[in-house]
Design a binder for this molecule. Sequence first.
Ligand SMILES: [Zn+2]
Length: 122
Amino acid sequence: MMLFDIKDGVNIGDLKELRKGAFDLFHYFVDYCFDHGLRCMITSIMDDAPGRVHDGHEEGRCFDASIKGWSESDIEEFVHITNANFIHIAAVSEKDLIPRAVVCHGEGEKRHLHIQCKRNLT
Ligand SMILES: [Zn+2]
């Protein structure tokens, strides 16, 4: 069984450009999916992708993942647990100043997990 999959067109080499915080989140995400039997499909690292909304991608601070095969409660639980556990490295929203390591955003087909560490992590 593959630990994770990367969508066609996404450059797997960009993994080595991730900041330490984003890489820690990547490792955690792969582990989490494995432990919970969830599909782990990376849909954007630094490449532009449909539905992508954050500049942090170019900075190597985030990656996107598909929610295909995940139930609403899978998503809710992952978002809740991850945001509680990674508050120390989570990206801080400029809108409400709340740190969130993960958000599930986008509409319809483009809805996805956006996983992001804060600025100034090496
Ligand atoms: Zn994103």
